[in-house]
Design a protein around this ligand. Sequence first.
Ligand SMILES: [Zn+2]
Length: 148
Amino acid sequence: MDENAQPAASGVCPECGAPTVDGLSCREQLDAIAAWEWQDPALLAQHFLTVASYNLQHPAQFTDAAIAGLRELFIAHLDQGMAVVEVRRRVGQQAAGSVTVLKPAAERRPVLRHWPMTIADVYRSGQPEGAADRVRAWAASICKTDYR
Ligand SMILES: [Zn+2]
């Protein structure tokens, strides 16, 4: 798909390729999963991975530097075991800095990429059971997929 292609009208995210599930776009599936965190401490503990995985699969809205910084922290946490508290501290530093994190809307160019797993594999038609494990599998698959 080139940059001039229109987003697919029929239920596939033009950036991460996730299908619409139960009428929910990939963003709405993320919101539904975030709502499960209230009932599921194991899932809540993976909150950073849930949001980071989603953002890494939707990089168009972010500056290149912001995505590179996020990916670095993501890998430091997953591969090198950086504690979530430290990851959060650094994310806070990045967000609090003067660096612009979001690209102006007119400069965003979503590119469809094919990933081994997407948010739809975590949402799984609205089944909260085991979601924390699926988030970890999703994050690990992104860690191994080196799109730049
Ligand atoms: Zn998507």
